[in-house]
Design a protein around this ligand. Structure first.
Ligand SMILES: NC(=O)c1ccc[n+]([C@@H]2O[C@H](COP(=O)([O-])OP(=O)(O)OC[C@H]3O[C@@H](n4cnc5c(N)ncnc54)[C@H](OP(=O)(O)O)[C@@H]3O)[C@@H](O)[C@H]2O)c1
Length: 330
């Protein structure tokens, strides 16, 4: 049977303006880094994408190398688009990136014009699309002049293959230079994708002010610290969790006693606020408009429901914020 999106998907979701651009994003966006690879169960990936859209989550984030194997998350999402979501293409913001290692040889990674533009063509093919909404430089490349990488982003827009561009994992100085170059070219640089959660606060050391000053939006990736800021690991490492699944980005040894002790204290505060720990962690990332959107992952549909409910309780008292800082400081 054909998929029909939930007709109430827009009734409750507030959308945030991305920097000073005209583009609005949902406060919670969905990333396909995990659970959409060729190794994953397609029907689960499909159910996740459909459910996210039914909840009003219009933004789906990919990269050339997401999988495993690399490229397969874009292929999976391409299949989901074909089966279910393409009739809604104009309601979707689809992002992809290039910069990390994708194919063999000197052009399969980093930020050269050759690599960035070839990778975008490959991504579009896997996704079955003519354009993506946002194209990112996934990381700063110390070997390529920034003019060249930013010129490639600009070219992607001028070719009609991307509507907007962004950078990810650039520090404040690198971002400032990117803003200067892209402004001069008239390129719609609207967003910075940045690692930000209660456990990772480097955004607050200068980058945040720069983005606000320059009118560039921000999207916080791994706002749940890959699951550490949820109830997932409070008692043990569940067999169906990311940490148990062999991900090199969350290994059992990353679930330290120190982190879990903090998560337990945060969980207690979340319960007092009438929230789950995941909900409080998302509300915290989004507090006072710190970021445009929180970019979550999920392995189960019920996690999406839990996370979206964070929007019902967005406010913190000064006392709660101070207590969170104290817990994090250990
Ligand atoms: N630009 C970059 O360099 C970069 C880097 C990393 C990520 N990203 C982007 O950010 C997205 C999100 O990253 P992430 O997956 O690390 O984000 P995250 O939201 O911090 O972690 C997601 C994981 O947390 C667990 N989880 C989520 N909601 C839960 C809930 N309500 N209750 C219990 N557990 C819950 C799930 O783990 P289980 O799988 O164990 O169930 C889920 O897979 C990626 O998909 C990608 O698009 C970008």
């Amino acid at each position: 049977m054909n998929y029909l999106a939930n007709e109430n998907r827009y009734t409750e979701m507030p959308y945030n303006r991305t920097g000073r651009s005209g583009l609005k994003l949902p406060p919670i966006s969905f990333g396909l880094w995990h659970n959409f690879g060729g190794v994953d169960v397609f029907e689960n990936s499909r159910a996740l994408a459909r459910h996210a859209f039914d909840l009003g989550i219009t933004h789906f984030d990919l990269a050339n190398n997401y999988g495993p194997p690399t490229g397969s998350a874009e292929e999976t999402f391409g299949q989901i688009l074909k089966k279910d979501l393409l009739p809604y293409r104009d309601e979707l913001i689809i992002a992809t990136k290039a910069g990390y290692r994708m194919w063999d040889g000197p052009y399969g990674e980093r930020g050269s014009r050759k690599s960035m533009l070839a990778s975008l063509d490959q991504s579009l093919k896997r996704l079955g699309l003519d354009y993506v909404d946002i194209y990112y430089s996934h990381r700063f490349d110390t070997e390529t002049p920034l003019e060249e990488t930013m010129g490639a982003l600009d070219q992607a827009v001028r070719q009609g293959k991307a509507l907007y561009v962004g950078v990810s994992n650039y520090n404040a100085e690198q971002t400032e230079e990117a803003v200067r170059l892209l402004k001069n070219q008239g390129t719609p640089f609207i967003i910075h994708q940045v690692h930000y959660s209660m456990f990772e606060r480097r955004l607050e050391q200068g980058l945040q002010e720069l983005l606000a000053r320059e009118g560039v939006g921000s999207i916080a990736y791994s706002p749940l610290a890959r699951g550490l800021l949820t109830d997932r690991y409070l008692d043990n490492i569940p067999a169906d969790s990311r940490a148990a699944g062999g991900s090199v980005f969350l290994r059992p040894e990353d679930i330290t006693e120190e982190k879990i002790a903090k998560s337990r204290l945060l969980n207690k505060l979340a319960q007092e606020r009438g929230q789950s720990l995941a909900q409080m962690a998302l509300a915290w990332v989004l507090r006072k408009g710190h970021v445009t959107s929180a970019l979550i992952g999920a392995s189960k549909v019920k996690q999406l429901d839990d996370n979206i409910a964070a929007l019902k309780q967005p406010n913190f008292t000064e006392e709660e914020l101070n207590l969170i800082d104290q817990i994090l400081a250990g």
